[in-house]
Write a protein that binds this ligand. Structure first.
Ligand SMILES: [Zn+2]
Length: 150
């Protein structure tokens, strides 16, 4: 398995763990310049009673704490779902180098949909974006999670 594939598999594992906790199944990992995962997280909005506790935000906080820096140049973020506008903005502010995401999110995404945060002139740092990575598996997790609630 290429590092590229295995990092998204690690994010999908976080998404599955989030589902098991009753959270929307989204997972993220951050990979440092050395190619190793430095932070991993899944959604914890319900557990923490915190609307900002998205997988990406929690992973960014952990990676920044580990780096002792508010910025993460040379780091890559893998997330199973298209980031929302809040997370896209945080990814930009953290100076993440590359963003890999899985499923598209026409309803709440902020990268290819909605405000398209990185295309906005106020986005001072724009990561390289690669979409559709592991999308089928990420979509299946989300569908399975929301299906019983309809
Ligand atoms: Zn988000």
């Amino acid at each position: 398995m290429s590092p590229f594939t295995s990092h998204m598999q690690a994010a999908l594992a976080e998404a599955r763990a989030a589902a098991a906790r009753g959270e929307v199944p989204v997972g993220a990992v951050i990979v440092g310049p050395n190619g190793r995962i430095v932070a991993r997280a899944g959604n914890r909005t319900r557990e923490l009673n915190d609307p900002t506790a998205h997988a990406e935000i929690l992973a960014l906080r952990a990676a920044c704490a580990a780096a002792g820096s508010e910025r993460l140049p040379g780091h890559d973020l893998y997330v199973t779902l298209e980031p929302c506008p809040m997370c896209a903005s945080a990814i930009s502010q953290a100076r993440i180098a590359r963003l890999y995401y899985g499923a598209a999110d026409p309803k709440s995404g902020g990268v290819a949909h909605g405000p398209r945060v990185f295309d906005h002139p106020q986005s001072h740092h724009v990561p390289q974006v690669y979409d559709g990575i592991g999308a089928a598996e990420a979509e299946a997790l989300l569908k399975a999670f929301f299906a019983p609630r309809r």
